[in-house]
Design a protein around this ligand. Sequence first.
Ligand SMILES: Cc1ncc(COP(=O)(O)O)c(C=O)c1O
Length: 361
Amino acid sequence: MIPQMEPWFGDEETRAVTEYLEAGGWITEFRKTREFEEAIAEYTGARYCIVTNNGTISLTLAAMAGGVTAGDDVLVPNYTMIATPNSVQMFGANPVFVDVDPQTLCMRLDLAKQAMTDRTTALMFVTPNGRYPREGIEAWREFASNHNLALIEDSAQSLGSHYPGGVHIGCAGDVGSFSFSAPKVISTGQGGAIVTNNDDIAERVRRLKDFGRASGGNDIHDSIGFNFKFTDVQAAIGLEQMRKLPWRVERKKRILERYQSNLAGTPEVTFFEQDLVNTTPWFIDIMTERRDALVTFLKEKGIGTRTMYPPINAQNAYSRPGSYPVSEEVGRRGLWLPSASQLTDDQIDTVCAAIAEFYGA
Ligand SMILES: Cc1ncc(COP(=O)(O)O)c(C=O)c1O
C-alpha cells in the first residue's frame, strides 16, 4: 500500500521523549514548549510564536486576539479546509465565502472586495499548499489596511513556504497560524502555532490560551481566557521534527518535479502552478478527468489518494446558496496523490504508471 500521506517519526523522536520522561518533567507545557516556540520563531523570522493544541484553535485565538468579535463578518476562501470558517464560527463571528483563483487556489481580491459588508472586520487568508496570491500579498495588506481589517494568515499548509522577497508565509499579516496535525510536513500528532510581530496580539493570545493569566503559576485573572495549552512531550517531538524540516522541504519539491515530469504525457492530469523556488508543496494536488473512477482504480492497486476539499458553501454544515465556479470545479476534479516526504522515487513512478494505465496512455 502506498498511502496518500503518513507522518514520519524516527529514533530521534523516541529518544527525545524517553529522555524527557526520564528527567521527570510535568508533561504539560513548560521549558521544552518554549524551546519549540523559539525554533519556530527562528525558522519563520517571526518576533513571537505561541503554540496551541491544534491549528483550528490557533486560528480562533488569532482572530479573537486580532479583534474579531461575535457578529462580525470574516472573509474566507470557499476552497479551504473547513477549520478556516469554523474557527470564527466557534465564537459567533460569521464567515463570508469568497471564490478562489484557479491556479493559486488563494482567495481572489476582486471578489473579496465585492463580498465586503459594513460588518466585515477581518479576512482569513489561506495559502493552500504553500501558494501565495497572484495579486501579491502587498495588495492584500493594502486592502486590509484601507478597510481597517485584521489580516489573518491561515498558513496551516505553508511551513517551509515564503513570499517572493523572503518573508515566510504567515508573517506578512497581523497574525499567522500553522498546524502540526498528523498529515502536515512536520507533526506533533496535534498542535498549532501562532506567529506575529505584534506585541499586543502576542500578549492577548498568551492570556487567551492560559485562563486569562498574565503570568504562569497564579490564580489571578484579569481577562477571560481558556485552556488551549500544549504539552512538553509534544514539544520534544516537535523539536526533532523541526531539525528534519529543511530536508523535507527539499524532498517535497523534488517529489512534485518527478510527478510533473512523469505525467507530462498524460493530458487528463493537470497540475496547479507552484513556485518551487519560494514555496514547498505540502500535498501533490492535481485536476483530473473521471476522478472518482481513477480513485477506485488506484485503490485497487494499493495506492491511496484523497479528494480535494468540496466547496465550503455546499457542505451540509453551511448549506449556503451562491455560485463559486472555481471551488466547485476543484471539488469535482481535484485529487491529492501520495505526498509523504518518505515517498521513494520508485513509489512515485509506480503511482504515475498506474495513472497512465488508467488513461490508456
Ligand atoms: C488550511 C487549514 N486550516 C486549518 C487547519 C486545521 O488544523 P488542525 O487540524 O491542526 O486543527 C488545516 C488542517 O488541515 C488546514 O489545512
